[in-house]
Structure formats: C-alpha cells, structure tokens
Design a protein around this ligand. Structure first.
Ligand code: KG4
Ligand code: ZN
Length: 351
C-alpha cells in the first residue's frame, strides 16, 4: 500500500495531492484560470511563473491537510508529459528535489494516464481491462486500458480536441473562458434539435467512415456560418438564440463522442467505459452516453466533477499503481511536450 505525494503542473493548475493507493488523503488545486481568462487562453510563460510561486505552498498545504510528515510518504511523483514544457519543468524539478532531499523513490507520470486513473479513485473495485474515453482540452481519445502502464489508442481526433471545440465555440458566442462549463450551463436551457449540425466523420481509404476517430473542425466552421446567417436575419441589438445554439452544438459533440465510444466498447468487448478529462464534467455527455451504453449492455463510469479537470490526486493514484508494480523513474528523467500513451513504460526502470 503506497502513500504517494504527486505534483501536477502540466498546464494551468498548480496541484499537489497525497493518496494512499486509491484513497485521497489531500487534494490541493490552485487554479490559474482567473489570470489566463484575461487573455482568453493559457499563456505558457505566465503559467510557469505562477507554478513557481504556487508549488511550495501547495506542497505544504497537501501535507498539512493529510496530517502527514515526510516519513509517512513512500514516494514522490510529478507529471512529466505531455504539456507545456516550462510548466512541466517546475513540477518535475520540485518532485526530484524532494525525492533527493527526503531519500524517496521518484516516479514521473504521463498526464493522460492520470486522467485514466481519476475514475479508479472513486471506484476502487474497477479493474483492467476497460475502455477509457479521454476528453480534455488537448485530447479526444479512445484508449484500451490493458494493465498499469499498458495502453492502446484505438481512436482519436483528427483536428480539434472536444474541449478545444467547446472553448472555441464559446468564444465565438461571446461566452467566457473556459467555454465548456458556460456552454453546458446554457445548453440546459436550450433545444438541442433547434439547428442541424454535422457530427464530423473521418473517411476511410477503402470507403465508409473510420468508426472511432473524430473531427470537430467542421462542426466549428458550421457554427461560424450558422451564427453569421442568424446575425444577417436577426438585426443587432436583438440577441441570438444563444441557448439553442449552445444546446445544438453540445448535442452534436455528445452524439459524436457517444457513437464512437459505444461502438468501440462493443467491438473490442470492453464492457466498462471510464470517462476522463475536463469534458467528462459535461452533463449532456454524462446523460446521453450512460443511457446509450446501457442499452448495449455496457456500463459507464465518470469521476466526480472535481476529479474530471486537472488535479494531482489522479497523478498520485497512477503513480501508486506503478510503485506497487516496482516501477521507479531515474532522477535523470526529463519532460516531454508530447508523448504517446503507448510509451508510458519508457518513464520507468522495472525490477
Ligand atoms: O482535463 P482538463 O482540465 O485540461 C486538459 O488537460 O486539457 O480539460 C479542460 C477542458 C476545457 O476545454 C474545458 O472547456 C472543458 O475541459 N470542460 C468542459 C466542461 N468542464 C470543463 N467541457 C464541456 N462541459 C463541461 N461541463
Ligand atoms: Zn488534463
């Protein structure tokens, strides 16, 4: 049973958490979203600077909230890929320094493996194999989870990620950043059938469509055209039907994700679909995917809302599983802005 302290600084949350295997002892998340909102997106240099200022207080707070001293921590972990290089470096250097000073093993963690493990925190009985639908600001992937550290990507987006599409369309509609929660809120008051929008299909060379890959750039362009057409029909200052626009857009994304996840689960015989990433917080997706999958005999698990978006508890949970397998990272480990999930085991020396 490993007690792991993990640091997550891959994007715009400075997060530190302590878990004992799958039990969360403390989970500190210092969001930078108010700063980045001023620029309409994450500014990498600003993110690194804020991680530098926030990481030590967050570590102290995580230990205090867990009521633990360093002698009760078995290992230190940090997210090392993928993400913003300057931001990742802050967490990695903090983690390696602590490991060296306190003479603990160090484990680098792949951020997406962390999102996969977010579901395990609340579902201790969940075991591999399963299918993970990972939908965040940077990724839209269907991942076959075979064992700790062993994954196959079965489908992914060919262009924008689902969360990115939410953020871009929210900006088009004049909504705040990040856009996903704003569209989710508005969509609940609108009619999802109000406008017909494309779900985005990827053609296969031999004909037909790729069953598990997605594309959201065509949907985004359709939203631009739709708002332009509506604006030409509805003169200013009359408002556009915002709730219907949000609901129709969200409906198209949700149908596209659901169709692919359910087909993938069914075709590969993976009866549990665990959803992770910021878009897993979306209420439309939670309802539609759960109902559609149940009709096909598949079960869907979502993390609680606070574990869908970036946090360090999920990183610590993944690290604890690696620790249990005897995996350790060398202190020479660096960060990577990109790294496929298939290469997770490159981060470890195995016994
Ligand atoms: O996983 P995450 O916190 O960060 C990345 O690793 O990317 O995901 C952030 C993304 C943003 O694009 C945000 O708009 C989206 O998740 N998001 C949502 C919701 N809450 C967050 N998208 C749709 N509906 C939501 N309720
Ligand atoms: Zn993330």
């Amino acid at each position: 049973m490993a007690t792991v302290l993990a640091i997550e600084t891959s994007c715009d949350e400075t997060a530190v958490a302590i878990v004992n295997n799958r039990q969360v002892l403390s989970n500190v998340v210092r969001s930078q979203v108010d700063t980045h909102r001023l620029y309409g997106g994450v500014v990498p240099e600003v993110a690194s600077r804020q991680h530098l200022e926030g990481v030590n207080p967050a570590i102290a707070q995580a230990l205090e909230e867990a009521g633990l001293g360093w002698d009760q921590v078995d290992a230190i972990a940090a997210t090392v890929a993928p993400g913003l290089v300057g931001a990742l470096l802050v967490g990695l250097m903090a983690g390696k320094s602590l490991a060296l000073v306190h003479n603990k093993p160090f484990l680098g963690v792949h951020h997406l493996e962390g999102h996969i493990y977010a579901t395990y925190l609340e579902q201790p009985a969940l075991e591999h194999p399963s299918l993970c639908l990972l939908v965040s600001g940077g990724h839209t992937s269907l991942i076959q989870v075979k064992a700790c550290g062993h994954y196959s990507t079965l489908g992914q987006t060919r262009d924008d990620a689902a969360g990115e599409a939410f953020d871009k369309v929210a900006r088009l509609l004049g909504l705040g950043y990040p856009g996903g929660p704003e569209i989710d809120r508005l969509a609940a008051q609108g009619n999802g059938q109000a406008f017909r929008l494309p779900e985005g299909q990827i053609s296969q060379p031999g004909g037909g469509y790729h069953p598990y890959d997605s594309s959201f750039s065509g949907l985004k362009t359709a939203m631009v055209r739709l708002t332009q057409t509506l604006r030409s029909q509805i003169p200013e200052p009359e408002p556009l039907p915002m709730a219907d626009l949000a609901a129709s857009f969200q409906g198209a994304v949700v149908r596209a994700l659901t169709k692919r996840a359910v087909a993938c689960g069914r075709d590969f015989g993976l009866e549990t679909i665990a959803v992770g990433g910021g878009v897993a917080a979306n209420r439309g997706l939670r309802q539609h995917l759960t109902a559609t999958a149940a009709a096909q005999g598949l079960r869907v698990l979502f993390p609680p809302l606070h574990l869908c978006t970036d946090n360090a508890a999920m990183i610590a949970c993944a690290a604890a599983d690696h620790w249990n397998q005897g995996h350790r990272s060398p202190l020479s480990l660096g960060v990577h802005s990109r790294m496929p999930l298939e290469r997770v085991m490159d981060l470890y020396e195995t016994p």
